[in-house]
Write a protein that binds this ligand. Sequence first.
Ligand SMILES: C[S@@+](CC[C@H](N)C(=O)[O-])C[C@H]1O[C@@H](n2cnc3c(N)ncnc32)[C@H](O)[C@@H]1O
Ligand SMILES: [Zn+2]
Length: 276
Amino acid sequence: MSFAIWAALAFLLAGLGYWLLVLTEGVYLGPRVVRLLYDWGAKSYDEIKEFDVGKDAWHLAIPLERRLKDWKCPPILDVATGTGRMLLALLRRPGFEGWLVGLDASLPMLRVAREKVQGYGGRASLLWKDASRLPFADGSFAAVTCIEALEFMPDQSLALQEMARVLAPGGVLLLSNRVGRDTFFLPGRTFGREELKSLLASLSLGDVQVKRWQECYDLVWAQKRGSPGGKPPQNLSEVLLCPRCGSSLARRSEAMGCLNCDHLYPFVDGVLSLEV
Ligand SMILES: C[S@@+](CC[C@H](N)C(=O)[O-])C[C@H]1O[C@@H](n2cnc3c(N)ncnc32)[C@H](O)[C@@H]1O
Ligand SMILES: [Zn+2]
């Protein structure tokens, strides 16, 4: 083969590698690769993203607080919480009285989140778990959020189905969906606006509001049909279920133990490990 052909092949391979590992963060190589890349990048994630806490308050925390004004101490789940950006935005709000759960597939990302939330008196719990199956009872949360992460879920419809399941009637869903030029690089991983609306409608989620955010995302707000019934759960133990058998879990010194199958889920650096 001539030098020109070798050079063209090398160029193509480098382009493919760049697309698979950098532009699309491993999403076409499977959930293990996505997780590995976030494990490796956890320490530099916040520096790369340059989060603006003021903007996060304005676009995420304040509108969510407003939508939850009728809930007393609302429980909120942040799916794929990463380094805890959404948790921190809510915890920093002076009037916010809810309690929070941040779930993510990457332990190193959660370790960074832990450093940020530990000064807030145990109001945020961190769970190490893939989001494909959420380890919570139906209707557990007043709000479920998933920011900059839906595109990484191995089965996005299933992930949305799970988020809708754990949301209480009248509860609020907040999602981001990649739009604009990014959709060109992510075929099959993003939703058209109408497609997403009809998928949400099929999951009993209505009153959908969409707003462009951060150049390449839509922020999507939706509400689960029905009215909130009674007092919302007061802590994680009330809603957490064993990922193996679906029974309740109880605290056992440095772990949570299943009341049915006896499996123990340890705390690792303050993060509850539900990986099974
Ligand atoms: C771009 S980061 C977003 C983190 C955070 N929500 C934010 O806005 O900064 C994507 C996150 O999704 C997590 N993730 C990817 N696939 C996941 C899955 N299947 N289950 C749970 N978390 C996942 C990654 O570990 C990473 O922390
Ligand atoms: Zn069990």
